[in-house]
Design a protein around this ligand. Structure first.
Ligand code: SF4
Length: 427
């Protein structure tokens, strides 16, 4: 297929596909799907080999958010029966993080609900980062605290943060229909602040909120422009008790096409399958590892994932390997650019520089982060539905009934273990 050959060649050169080519990936037929996965796999292997990076979410503060993100179980007015608690103490967060690291996670993602942190919150998270780094040598820490004010990204960097997550979530054109309490521009601004401080920018999207193919392509092009090092791809978990509870419109095939499109547009960045992996990819999860090079281990912010051991088994069975702590995730050109950006920020230059997902060389302007947590984002506050059971979503889901609208609420379980509970975390 000429389209796929072209996309592979461009991906190997880090050249931006045309919008028409990106849209064509989303429009491929089921008969073409394995060819699409194989083509995206060539690009994935060029930049990331057969390594899978594991990330571990620690929800520092859950629920009770004043923002109104429609996809989020922690939003203002959410009726989802999620865990609600205020800030974990540094030693509690560190203990949760240690479980993820022991399970094979290389990065710990510290997430807190809310519009954005106060300076006191930033200090508190700084102490948490220090505690985690003291107890887990070599671990990467990403903070996801919402919209940042001036100077906060620099303070997080000084405290030892390696990255900052704030997702764009959807296209600029549709953003206002998803959230009214902050804007797309607010999100872009926070990603840029993280970039300018020399933090690695992590910013992604949520698919399945009723957006068009054009919207998906728009947000992925925007992420490339922002030069995000990591792009979490969330698949909406339509939580009961949230405005998007009825938006069950993803199939495993659609998820694979979306991941492939992201890989072709951002060939050399960490493409992470985030919230909704088990719910929407189901038994196709291992196939998705041929496209994405990163996943979350264990549970999400407010919902449960499959058992951590099942994640590890899946990686091994599919012929991939867990990325070790001593390995640099990003390709050399991006890692070097990030190091330069960090040095420039430390020297007060503030230029973010670096490696974009983009083509040769360039980088671009913006950055991106999680901030308001998405339904799946950084692990964003993935909203979840009712605890259909206390059993984590399973990979197979064979027996689960699929409703006329494709709803698989049987695969959604509200998190009832780990951070904020007395039960051991899933890692
Ligand atoms: S995504 Fe973040 S900011 Fe938005 S409602 Fe959820 S917790 Fe609040």
């Amino acid at each position: 297929m000429d389209l796929l050959n072209t996309l592979v060649e461009k991906g190997l050169r880090r050249e931006l596909p045309t919008r028409e080519e990106a849209l064509a990936v989303l429009a491929t037929s089921d008969d073409e799907l394995l060819d699409v996965v194989a083509a995206a796999g060539k690009v994935r292997r060029q930049w990331f080999g057969r390594r899978v990076k594991l990330n571990y979410l620690v929800n520092l503060k859950s629920g009770l958010c004043p923002e109104d993100c429609s996809y989020c179980s922690q939003r203002l007015g959410s009726k989802a029966e999620i865990l609600k608690y205020t800030w974990l103490k540094p030693d509690e967060a560190s203990q949760a993080a240690a479980a993820g690291v022991a399970g094979g996670a290389k990065r710990v993602c510290l997430v807190a609900s809310g519009r954005g942190p106060t300076d006191r919150d930033v200090e508190r998270v700084g102490r948490t980062i220090e505690a985690i780094k003291e107890q887990n040598e070599g671990v990467e820490v990403c903070a996801c605290l919402g919209l940042l004010s001036d100077g906060q990204a620099e303070r997080l960097k000084d405290a030892g943060a390696d990255a900052y997550n704030h997702n764009l979530n959807t296209s600029e054109a549709t953003y206002g229909g998803i959230t009214k309490t902050h804007t797309y521009a607010d999100r872009v601004d926070t990603v840029q602040k993280a970039h300018a401080a020399g933090l690695s920018a992590c910013s992604g999207l949520i698919a399945g909120m009723g957006e068009s193919d054009e919207d998906l392509v728009d947000v992925v092009y925007a992420l490339r422009e922002l030069d995000s090092d990591s792009v979490p791809v969330n698949f909406l978990i339509p939580f009961e008790g949230t405005p998007l509870a009825k938006e069950w419109n993803l199939t495993p095939q659609r998820c694979l096409r979306i991941l492939a499109m992201v890989r072709f547009v951002c060939p050399d960045v960490e493409v992470r399958i985030a919230g909704g992996r088990e719910v929407h990819l189901r038994s196709m999860q291992p196939l998705a590892l041929n496209i994405a090079n990163s996943i979350f281990l264990g549970d999400y912010l407010t919902s449960e994932g499959q058992a951590g051991q099942a994640d590890l088994d899946m990686i091994a069975d599919a012929g991939f390997e867990v990325e070790g702590a001593g390995t640099t995730t990003l390709p050399k050109h991006r890692a070097d650019a990030l190091a330069e950006a960090g040095a420039a920020a430390a020297g007060g230059c503030g230029s973010a520089g670096a490696a974009g997902c983009g083509p040769a060389a360039e980088k671009t302007e913006e950055g991106a982060g999680c901030g308001s947590h998405s339904g799946g984002g950084c692990g964003p506050c993935g909203g979840h539905a009712e605890p259909a059971s206390t059993t984590p979503a399973s990979t197979g889901a064979a027996e689960g009934a699929t409703a006329a609208n494709g709803a698989r609420t049987d695969l959604v379980a509200v998190r009832r273990r780990g951070a904020g509970t007395d039960l051991a975390p899933n890692a």
